[in-house]
Design a protein around this ligand. Structure first.
Ligand code: PRP
Length: 210
């Protein structure tokens, strides 16, 4: 049996059809409309559980889950000791710096974000001094209220920025969902993990159908 930590939310909705393409079927309503967190699927050889995206790398690093699926943004921010096995190419978006258009660049700007590690590193690499302020969400509010001049956040359709009168200023990195593995599980359950990774890989390439 492989235990797989899946992220609640947007990525999960795109994962269900990808797993189906790889030949793994499970009723999608189990994930979308239920409050249940753990699903045992003996026929597929999986136990699946649903975690907050930012917690998925934690479950995988500690070996509670052999595998996990999570966005590259979360993987970079969590900085956990896990193997990244596969780019699933779903849930594409980007990490970007955004702010009000035409704002004068501040000498020591405040940057609000859910991704403090990524933001610190990005500005440090550019030799820019900033004060990073951690927020749990609705980060676009920060420049509107004067909490911060800039934000570092995910941009997907750009709708949230547009509707709040903000613009993307710099692109940090492209983001897609990744398959990650616990380092010990990867050795001890190599065959099962590779079978799953290969089938998902082919599903990503559009080479298989159940
Ligand atoms: C994410 C992100 C942006 C928005 C971007 O927020 O933090 O706010 O989606 O998507 P868009 O470019 O398609 O508008 P989420 O919905 O996860 O909520 P949060 O802000 O509370 O984290």
């Amino acid at each position: 049996m492989l235990t797989i930590a899946l992220p609640k939310g947007r990525v999960l909705e795109e994962l269900i059809p990808l797993f189906a393409k790889g030949g793994y079927s499970f009723p999608s309503e189990w994930f979308t409309s239920s409050r249940k967190l753990v699903f045992t699927l003996p026929e597929q050889g999986f136990t699946l559980f649903l975690a907050k995206p930012m917690d998925v790398p934690t479950y995988v690093e500690y070996g509670v889950a052999d595998l996990g699926i999570v966005g590259k943004d979360v993987l970079l921010e969590a900085a956990r000791e896990v193997y990244e096995l596969l780019d699933l190419r779903i849930s594409p978006c980007r990490l970007a710096v955004a702010g009000k258009p035409g704002a004068e660049p501040a000498l020591y700007p405040r940057v609000a974000t859910k991704y403090p590690r990524i933001a610190e590193r990005y500005f440090k690499e550019r030799g820019q001094q900033v004060e990073v302020i951690f927020l749990n969400g609705s980060v676009e509010l920060a420049p509107l209220t004067g909490l911060a001049e800039r934000i570092v956040d995910i941009v997907s359709t750009g709708k949230t920025l547009r509707e709040n009168g903000l613009v993307e200023l710099e692109r940090i990195t492209e983001v897609t969902a990744r398959l990650i593995a616990n380092q010990v599980s990867y050795r001890l359950k190599r065959e099962a993990i590779q079978t799953l990774a290969e089938r998902l890989g082919k599903a990503v390439e559009g080479e298989v159908s159940a």
